[in-house]
Design a protein around this ligand. Structure first.
Ligand code: F6P
Ligand code: MG
Length: 452
């Protein structure tokens, strides 16, 4: 039950897989080691120090394996919920494969699991997150866009009382389209690509104004926004639906996701939003429970933005308070299934994590954020750009019980599907080399699912 197109692999020199496996992953690992050394130098307890030195040694071994293109060995049994899934997959499909000739998607995920293993087998450092400092830091450098949104959305969403039903619906539609784009483009600031961004670069990526959004809509190459609105609009008939977000990055992107989810709740389009995060530090900037808690608490109690006005701080606090209230009321639910941090694509979700599939099948709409989720949905393979989205995602569209699935993704890697024609991609290949990794283009694609 695989797609007919070949999966990208590290030795494919024409693909972003090659640069990622050969250069980006060792760079990311090097920075992770630097972060841990910094933590080591802050310690005073001898037992903890010795334990952390061992973690660093295990990261060094991983570096040797990665740069020497070693064979992929099983994950050490560290009692984690996902270890059986990992070793089953390695034994079944990747016996004897190395970092460069295993499928890129698998080899890259494997690297993050091995990085976690360096800590999970320790005594004191099992939950250490080598990317945590970076994640917090980038949010603190996103002040302009953070306050632009909080100043606009701290006040509860209301529509003027004198509007007709038609006018109300139109106002809601416009707000929905705008916030869907805020949520979409919030994905351009992932940390794995933009390792050393300046504040100016962050600002340029995060501009959220209305004119800017009109201009960026033309960069959405496969655009199901109208169908997405119709789907969400119709949820109200059921007195609000359940919408799930399979999250991507922490910090600013998560903040944008929450602004969007806040609107979905306030407008009554959704009565519950469920957020799915990662159990372990993942692909540098992905959301863990700690990142989720950090965001909500820093909005309420933090002192990250020294130059902000009292009014700006207050707007952020009010948003944070409202979001925490949603959590207490069960309108927002944060969860973290182990399957999200495995090497499996979502073609295998129904078979390898049937409990999760069943859980998602009860949702009215599952929104997958970001590039990695899109690669997993599409099997990260060389499908033609005109492949319809529901064909490209296989069982996530066709298995009995498949929910409606939407991918909100800025394009940062090779796989591109859901375009009107192959020519659009061919033209960009010629005129704008690098268009598939710049994050300048995006897709908003919807699959109708298949009721069970
Ligand atoms: O290393 C490549 C990659 O896995 C790509 O999917 C993308 O370039 C990046 O890392 C992660 O992007 P995102 O955070 O949007 O999934
Ligand atoms: Mg990510």
């Amino acid at each position: 039950n695989n797609p007919p197109w070949p999966a990208y692999r590290g030795y494919h020199e024409y693909s972003f897989a090659h640069a990622t496996m050969g250069v980006r992953l060792p760079t990311i690992l090097g920075k992770a080691i630097d972060d841990t050394v910094r933590t080591l130098n802050e310690q005073s307890d001898e037992e903890k120090i010795i334990d952390l030195v061992k973690c660093i040694e295990r990261m060094d071994e991983l570096m040797t394996d990665l740069s020497g293109n070693a064979k992929l060995r099983p994950i050490i049994d560290d009692n984690e919920a996902d270890v059986a899934l990992w070793n089953k997959e390695i034994a079944k499909y990747f016996q004897g494969k190395d970092f460069m000739n295993a499928p890129w998607l698998f080899a890259e995920a494997y690297k993050y699991r091995r990085l976690h293993e360096a800590f999970s087998v320790s005594k004191f450092w099992q939950d250490y997150d080598v990317f945590y400092r970076q994640k917090c830091d980038t949010f603190s450098r996103s002040s302009d866009a953070v306050f632009e949104l909080s100043m606009r959305f701290a006040e509860p969403f209301t529509l003027a009382a004198n509007l007709s039903d038609g006018e109300r619906l139109e106002a809601e539609r416009l707000m929905f389209l705008e916030l869907t784009q805020v949520c979409l483009w919030g994905n351009s600031t992932d940390l794995s690509l933009l390792i050393n961004m300046t504040e100016e670069q962050i600002k340029a990526l995060q501009s959220t104004g209305g004119d800017h959004l009109a201009a960026t809509e033309k960069n959405i190459l496969g655009n199901h926004l109208p169908q997405l609105w119709e789907t969400v609009r119709d949820l109200r008939a059921k007195t609000g639906g359940r919408i799930d977000f399979v999250l991507d990055n922490a910090g600013f992107e998560l903040y944008c996701d929450c602004v969007y989810a806040d609107f979905l709740i306030q407008s009554g389009l959704a009565k519950q939003v469920r957020f799915h995060g990662k159990r372990i530090p993942w692909f540098v900037s992905d959301v863990t429970r700690k990142d989720w808690n950090w965001l909500l608490n820093t909005m309420l109690y933090g002192q990250l933005f020294s130059n902000a006005s009292e009014q700006e701080r207050e707007s952020l606090r009010r948003l944070g308070e409202r979001w925490k209230k949603y959590e207490r009321e069960g309108k927002w639910v944060y969860e973290q299934h182990p399957f999200w941090c495995t090497g499996y694509t979502f073609w295998e979700l129904h078979a390898e994590a049937p409990d999760l599939f069943l859980h998602l099948s009860r949702s009215d709409l599952v929104i997958f954020k970001g590039d990695l989720n899109h690669r997993k949905l599409t099997y990260d393979c060389a499908a033609p750009a005109s492949t319809p989205f529901d064909v490209a995602i296989g069982p996530m569209a066709s298995a009995a019980g498949a929910p409606k699935v939407c991918s909100l993704r800025t394009i940062k890697s090779d796989v591109v599907v859901g375009l009107e024609s192959d020519e659009i991609a061919e033209k960009l290949d010629k005129e704008e080399p690098g268009w598939k990794i710049s994050g300048k283009y995006a897709v908003v694609l919807l699959s109708e699912g298949r009721p069970g």
